[in-house]
Design a protein. Structure first.
Length: 146
């Protein structure tokens, strides 16, 4: 799941900092649990993309990493991407799955079964949490001054 600035509410702010909160409603949480299980791992997107880039660039692979676009099956952009065989066609998914807020990694390589890509250490860039705790909200604090 990817969290964007548009998904956040400002809960507090002043000249020194802003506290932002991200919430899911109960239905979205139940869908996430049904599809993915009881736990979520929050990963720093910057660190994740840096590690992916380093690994795949060293392997000389063409790739894209991006936010999934949730659209209807007859959406013009979606149809156009598929008809032109554009790599972004893999970043489309049916509108029904929008609650997943997914990001995808697409590699220009034919894979028969499973492909494991070593992307390095992410331990310091992750948080493990129960999906149910998303109902209370996930808080972020941004400091403007040190």
């Amino acid at each position: 799941m990817g969290i964007k600035v548009d998904d956040l509410e400002i809960s507090e702010y002043n000249d020194d900092y802003a506290k932002l909160i991200f919430r899911y409603d109960r239905k979205e949480i139940e869908n996430l649990k049904k599809d993915f299980g009881e736990y979520a791992v929050i990963i720093s997107p910057t660190k994740l993309e840096e590690n992916i880039s380093k690994s795949l660039d060293q392997a000389d692979k063409n790739w894209i990493f991006g936010e999934v676009r949730y659209r209807g099956i007859n959406d013009f952009e979606r149809i156009q991407a598929f008809s032109k065989q554009d790599a972004t066609r893999f970043l489309y998914k049916d509108k029904y799955f929008e609650y997943q807020k997914e990001y995808r990694l697409v590699i220009d390589e034919s894979i028969e079964d499973t492909k494991i890509i070593e992307i390095g250490e992410l331990k310091d860039a992750t948080i493990l949490m129960k999906v149910d705790s998303l109902e209370k909200g996930l808080s972020f604090e941004i400091k403007f001054k040190e």
